[in-house]
Design a protein around this ligand. Structure first.
Ligand code: ZN
Length: 435
């Protein structure tokens, strides 16, 4: 398998354009914002859209009521909208109950969130499972509000409906699956997670055009409850998942950061770590922890799937996180392109990984006679290829995969893979189990 490398330079711009298209939509864990987002993705890939009714039991949870919002504002006594949902959907706490009242400044302050340490930014807040309503605004604006009577309106509905998620499946040569998952429940936040949604859509589109060994499943679902709903409805199929990545925050130039699966030594963990080590970037590798994104669900002990988390900057670790500063100026096409290339490289390693047997294991085979030693001369990777040849021949005893060898030899996987193919062409390497 190879993802078309010629498109790589344009990929970042294409992902950025899709992220920009879905950025304005007001999403939550349910509602029309999720549907509208999935509809945009369906223009690129043949997405299956699932609707799960309110009240459905999913593992230990229940699908909540559906939330939709049309308008919201705070008006001063002169009737001016001093806070307007139409200017930023972050102004309303997600899942706010409907309200329309005239209240004092003191009462308004009971229903306002701000960030005193970042006084010009609007925070992102939700209250999915406790009935409440609130506005979010810059601290500086709150401080400047006169003691006035304010009209507050949140024109929302919270009623029986559905939880919506999207799924794209690409059939490979085997039923074994590679799962990619992105959360789609955040309103106008660009890095977290328009970047992840857009990148996976483009990856799915590119994978749909090629033959792959693994089957690929792309899941676009609201955080936590969406992954739990999917797991509840697919419990009998999850053992097909051999590798998985949750992605978020792929558009900033920080990181990259990889958090290992709960297993810690799954092939996805080794492929991602190896890819990042050879990326030339200063990557951070983190051990699994039961806090973060939907890897929490996939890696819960009853499933324990081999699913890691890939990000650029780590969630919570940057000042833009969950604020109005996580906007389209914060993410960059070049960072999206780089994130995409790193994921492509890890996919490439997993697709091509295999275990081989040296057919002339007694003494070193005479490489010069076969024109193999230094034969890749002229190639700037000639020295690496020669080392790869020696490592592959030495470790291909049936007990080491190409990824094991690449790790042990500390060589880029693609050098090991290319060299293994060459040794195979000369009859020195055979797939394990082949006579
Ligand atoms: Zn988030």
């Amino acid at each position: 398998m190879s993802l078309d490398k010629s498109v790589s330079d344009d990929v970042g711009a294409e992902i950025f354009a899709l992220a920009a298209k879905i950025y304005p939509i007001c999403r939550s864990i349910t509602g029309d914002g999720v549907r509208q987002t999935l509809h945009e993705l369906a223009a690129h890939i043949a997405l299956d859209i699932h609707e799960v009714p309110t009240g459905t039991s999913v593992l230990d949870w229940t699908v909540p009521r559906e939330w939709n919002i049309r308008d919201a504002y705070i008006k001063n006594e002169r009737g001016e909208r001093i806070v307007d949902f139409n200017r930023s959907n972050l102004h309303v706490m997600g899942y706010s109950m409907p309200v329309h009242r005239r209240i004092s400044l003191a009462e308004l302050k009971q229903h306002v969130y701000t960030l005193p340490d970042q006084p010009d930014l609007i925070p992102y807040r939700t209250s999915y499972y406790a009935e409440n309503w609130a506005f979010c605004l810059p601290h500086r604006q709150l401080e400047a509000l006169p003691d006035d009577t304010y009209e507050v309106l949140i024109d929302s509905t919270l009623s029986d409906g559905h939880l919506t998620y999207g799924e794209y499946f690409h059939q490979g040569e085997t039923a074994d699956e590679f799962l990619f998952s992105a959360h789609i429940c955040h309103p106008s936040l660009a890095n977290d997670n328009c970047s992840g949604i857009a990148l996976l859509t483009h990856l799915a589109k590119r994978i749909s055009r090629i033959r792959t060994r693994y089957s690929y499943r792309f899941l676009f679902a609201p955080g936590t409850i969406g992954a739990i709903t999917w797991l509840a409805r697919n419990e009998d199929k999850v053992d097909r998942i051999k590798h998985g990545l949750v992605v978020s925050m792929l558009g900033d130039p920080g990181g990259p950061t990889y958090k290992k699966s709960r297993r810690g030594d799954a092939e996805i963990d080794r492929a991602m770590i190896h890819t990042l080590r050879h990326s030339g970037l200063s990557a951070t590798i983190e051990e699994f922890s039961p806090y973060g994104y939907d890897e929490r669900q996939y890696c819960s002990p009853g499933f324990n799937l081999p699913v890691g988390l890939f990000q650029r900057s780590k969630f919570g670790a940057i000042p833009e996180y969950h604020t109005s500063a996580d906007n389209m100026d914060f993410i960059r096409p070049d960072a999206l392109s780089e994130s995409s290339r790193l994921i492509d490289a890890a996919i490439g390693a997993i697709e091509a990984n295999g275990t081989y047997r040296n057919t002339a294991p007694k003494g070193e085979p005479q490489l010069g006679r076969r024109g193999l030693y230094g034969a890749i001369g002229g190639d700037k990777d000639a020295a690496a290829a020669n080392m790869a040849m020696l490592w592959i021949l030495n470790l291909s005893d049936g007990g080491h995969s190409l990824l094991d060898i690449a790790q042990r030899a500390d060589l880029p996987f693609e050098v090991v893979e290319r060299t293994a193919r060459r040794l195979g062409d000369h009859g020195l390497l055979k797939p394990l189990g082949e006579a």
